[in-house]
Design a protein around this ligand. Structure first.
Ligand code: 5AD
Ligand code: SF4
Length: 457
């Protein structure tokens, strides 16, 4: 593009909230927009269009976006021609209500409608509001090559599926992201190969429930000899791992009810598949898990942990815990604490239950644990996890890990940081190492958040 064209191009500022999937979606949005001639800017003040990619998982995730919209309103006061769009999960949940609520919003686009963004922006240019929140049974954006917004050039997300079929009773995801669909494996491999060619060293495969990845080629019902292929998650993982031993593979999120030994054996077979499983437990009480409609019991979850420990002795395990779900008693809460202690999680994301409209729980179960008790239980959970995380780091003292260097430490330009296979952040002196190198680091110390060590040649 020549300079005059750049001058004329409209500038897009994209802000992203929520999960890794949303980060990956913003890269799809950036790609769609760039292909239509828009230029991405990191400076909100020079933007012609602001798109905010939103999350609805908890009430407070939405509150943050409402707060941001007030800030955008101030910017629009000074620049009336500014276009403001809300995209993603909150757009899907609230639809035209968003525009009714906040007049500054010009555009509302759900997670399956990003291809229509340029067209909708034309409508906005003609002075109308524009909205597309149609969910799709097929859309996987398989053919769209994401624009990598995270500039480290080392690690990237690849979305392997969209939507969710689980219908956990508390969860809004199936309502805002639609049903589950798996993306064509060839397009996944091609994207991973392309990233590797471009110098990327780590890929994270993303899905709401990667263990239920299932792709069947269309000619499956053809006569013998011409039959199509069925690709499950373990096979996909293997195909991606085979691209190169120096391409690291991570994935998220695993579901306890679906995580198979086959996936664990595949992880064990390829050293470049990282030794880390994020396995959200939510609760340690079978009674609560039943109410949550999670599809597993405490015993089943423990069985999955035992399988990880047996097949992958060096594997880190992290989790999501939700406290104060409908009817949760002190005893149920103690079950959660005891499960955490049993598993010895390396880290955890911990939340208070937040009732979400439309969900089974909001229609049939009372949000009857008081805010005070939710807070008290959450503090206990956070405190326990703090000591487990510390224990997990202390156990690494003296060990040597292969670390993929991701950048220069924020605290000192003489220090680099990266992660080991277990997803723990490791900081060490720069010496002659550079971003993208694999470095063997001996751990000598740790803080609450990081391992500290020294590279060995
Ligand atoms: N309230 C609180 N936390 C929730 N999560 C999902 N839905 C809710 C809700 N209604 C948490 C779960 C999930 C993580 C992504 O967010 O722990 O694993
Ligand atoms: Fe991600 Fe769920 Fe939030 Fe949507 S609602 S952004 S899927 S965490």
């Amino acid at each position: 593009m020549d300079n005059t064209k750049l001058e004329l191009s409209q500038k897009l500022y994209l802000e992203t909230y929520g999960c890794q999937m949303n980060v990956a979606d913003s890269e799809i949005v950036a790609s769609v927009m760039r292909d239509s001639g828009y230029v991405i800017t990191e400076d909100i003040n020079e933007a012609d269009i602001i798109l905010v990619n939103t999350c609805s998982i908890r009430e407070n995730a939405e509150q943050r976006v409402w707060g941001r919209l007030d800030v955008f309103k101030q910017i629009k006061k000074k620049k009336p021609e500014l276009t403001v769009g809300v995209i993603g999960c909150m757009a899907e949940r609230l639809k035209e209500k968003l525009i009714e609520e906040k007049k500054i919003i010009d555009l509302v686009v759900g997670p399956d409608a990003y291809r229509s963004l340029p067209e909708l922006l034309e409508t906005v240019e003609s002075g109308q509001k524009a909205i597309n929140v149609i969910l799709s049974k097929e859309e996987t954006y398989a053919d769209i090559s994401p624009v990598r917004l995270d500039k480290n050039g080392i690690s990237a997300f690849i979305s392997i599926m969209r939507g969710c079929n689980n219908m956990c009773s508390y969860c809004i995801v199936p309502y805002v992201r639609g049903g589950e669909r798996s993306r064509n494996p060839q397009s996944i491999i091609a994207e991973a190969e392309d990233l590797f060619q471009k110098g990327y060293k780590e890929i994270t495969l993303l899905g709401q429930n990667v263990d239920s990845y299932n792709w069947e080629s269309e000619n499956k019902n053809q006569p013998a000899g011409k039959q199509g292929e069925t690709v499950k998650f373990a096979q996909l993982l293997e195909k991606v791992a085979k691209i190169s031993p120096s391409l690291r593979i991570r994935f998220s999120t695993s579901h306890p009810k679906d995580m198979s030994d086959e996936v664990l054996f595949t992880m064990a077979m390829y050293t470049n598949i990282c030794n880390h499983v994020h396995l959200p437990a939510q609760s340690g009480s079978t009674e609560i898990l039943e109410k949550m409609k999670r599809g597993y019991s405490r015993e089943w979850y423990i069985d999955r942990i035992n399988a990880i420990r047996k097949i992958l002795p060096d594997c880190a395990v992290s989790t999501d815990i939700m406290t104060g779900f409908s009817g949760e008693t002190e005893e149920n809460h103690k079950d959660t604490l005891s499960l955490m202690t049993f598993v010895n999680y390396d880290y955890a994301f911990m939340f208070k239950y937040s009732e979400r409209p439309k969900t089974y729980a909001s229609r049939h179960l009372k949000d009857d644990v008081t805010e005070e008790i939710k807070s008290k239980r959450l503090s206990e959970i956070i405190e326990l996890q703090g000591s487990l995380s510390e224990k997990s780091k202390k156990a690494d003292l003296g060990k040597v890990f292969e670390v993929l260097v991701e950048g220069t430490s924020k605290k000192s330009k003489d220090q680099l940081f990266g992660r080991n296979s277990q997803n723990k952040v490791v900081v060490f002196p720069k010496q002659d190492f550079k971003i993208g190198d694999y470095v063997f680091v001996k751990v000598t110390d740790c803080t609450s958040a990081t391992l500290i060590g020294k590279g060995i040649d």
